[in-house]
Write a protein that binds this ligand. Sequence first.
Ligand SMILES: [Fe+2]
Length: 372
Amino acid sequence: MSDSDTISTSIPDMGAAYHDPLVQDAGHGLTGPGGALHRYAIRPEGYRLGDEDFITGSWRLRRQPRYTRAEHGRWRLLFENQRRMLPDRACKDFMTGFGRLEHLFRDGIPSFDDINAILEPATGWTVVPAPELIPDNIFFWHLENRRFPAGAFIRGGQPQTPKVIRANKGCAPEHVEYTAVEDDLFYLQEPDIFHDIFGHTPMLMNPFFADYIQAYGAGGRRAITFNRLKNFGAIYWYTVEFGLIEEEGALRVYGAGILSSPDETLFSLYSDSPHRIRMTPERVMRTDYVISDFQDTYFVVDSIKALYESTAGRDFTPIYEKLPAGFTYATTALLDTDVVVTEGRQVYKFCGGKGRPRARVHMEKLRAAHAR
Ligand SMILES: [Fe+2]
């Protein structure tokens, strides 16, 4: 699709309800994970955008920025590290899509045009460069039109932790040692180009998943009408970002948030801490989620086709009419009505999570047991 085609399609009016701040907090908009608070924190030095770089009214960029050698290097480090994690952990559909795109990912940050040359003929989707997390209504509008807004920047350009600052003292950004920024590299609050491209595009090659995400975008407006955007956002969170799938009796990952994080790949599949529960939209829409650490609960689907049919093919009106605004269930809840795949001990959660000594030991054991 050319820029002029895009500009001629106007962003739909989401109605007065959209401007209610309670409605906007859907989990992946400006107030969502890593939203406004963090969005300028990790911009690489020299990454400056002018008005001329934006396509008017669509929150997307005309083109990808020019990346430095260090930025391509950071991509390669992330790619090599995460590619090793995938076999027997990522689901078959992810691996199939990944296999078609992988050659574009090997040598550094890939070009969106190259990706689209494969993606668009396969499922009609394109990836478009976005400067940062974009508002929900614009995000939905792009999805509805089979455009996936992908962050154009890569993480780690201005590492801020004391360890990293010490290690790189006096270095120009393009000479920052990648190993020294690992603390920042492998944990991310805001989706960047690695998360969006490596994590999301392989599944967009799957026809059912491609339709599922488009239908999700189309459903956004209805959720806003019913003031249930937060609940609706939980579906995206627990499926597209953090979804597990059962394949031939084994758990595999299809969620992009997991598959772009080496530690969460291990945690979601092998840790005895989180619950794993069969996914139903009603349960998911009532369940809170974690935005700054691993999930306390993962939801499991039987197949991508079943996921599509249980959500995209359904009218949520009867659910919205019964659903209270906001979440009913805590992230660690387990209900009598749940179909439990594994009941977690929640040891990671209850020791305080990320950064706590017992959480570190928990992850060190997982890494050692499943090292490749
Ligand atoms: Fe994502």
